[in-house]
Design a protein around this ligand. Sequence first.
Ligand code: SAH
Ligand code: SF4
Length: 358
Amino acid sequence: MADQLRADLLSLPPDALGRVLIDHFQARGQPAYRAGQVERWIYTALAPSIEAMTDLPRAEREALAERFMLSEAEEATVAKSQDGTVKHVWRLADGELVESVLIPTEKRLTLCISSQAGCAMGCTFCATGWGGFRRQLSAGEIVAQYRASRRWAEANELGPVTNIVYMGMGEPLANRAAVHDSLTILNRGYDVGARRITVSTVGLVPGILELAERPEQFRLALSLHAPESDLRRSLIPLERRYPLPEVMEALEHFNEAGGKRITFEYTMIAGINDAPELIEPLAELARRVGAFVNLIPFNPIPYQDWHASPPARIRAFAAGLERRGVTAAVRESRGRDIDAACGQLRAHALVHIEGTRG
Ligand code: SAH
Ligand code: SF4
């Protein structure tokens, strides 16, 4: 593919982007301010293409496009839920499909983005897991979801995107280089505060340790789902490789790095991981690392005949945690009707359409 020869302007962290642009324009005998013009088009104007950078002379746009590309995500479908949640399926340059979700609440507009096409982790309660791994996303393809979602939100009067969570398709810490670059780009290029960005992981220890090394206060969510290794292993195959005690040590290390904040995600599945006896060990883990616990009613997926824990059971979990000094919230499910809720992302409808199109 020709595009492999061209560097993606969206994949470069701001420092590196500045340098290559200055070199590029210098080599062409152009004034230094051209680099600043391109940076403004990228970070402020959210230009969808090099062609759209209209204050560059045409010849300069053409020369730029010969060496560089903008890995824009093309909107394949958009679906709006009754509760206001909006799911986009984006088509990448090679036809691969990924999803992102805009979740409006009173004070925020949270964007949930994908870090991989598919996921290799195979968690038994997750639709993405059942779909298997397709490929890694580049930093630019991660950032492109943010840019395109922001443009869509602005055009549809949803206001500015205030928060970003890496909770779409894929395991972000299994795509470390691109995810780290994308964090830098979103934070320093697009000025999204580190504390407004959450990376969610199923527990890849080396990735947690690496994130701890970063000076910025990116937030971390651990998809816990069970407070004991045996039970966790039946839900999350990765537990075999990185058992809970090791994950907890990594989280302690993450905390020691200072100013960081950990959340536990706990999907509540009736009769699977919602026994009242689990409240105490869960509270113990949360207290150890000062974690906030998000209880998420299980969202139905086609591959398992499982159900969400009854609301009373979920409330009892929350109350039990609070009694033990742990802050917990029951996360309302958003976008279920459009398969945009946690664990339902899999770009399935479109894969089908693409398949029949030949
Ligand atoms: N791979 C990362 C990030 C993407 S998953 C991770 O697992 O953390 C985003 C969140 O949705 C995770 O907390 C995941 O456990 C949760 N989830 C997956 N399947 C779900 C389902 N069927 N119902 C509710 N939550 C689910
Ligand atoms: Fe992958 Fe996260 Fe789904 Fe597990 S829960 S299969 S890690 S996306």
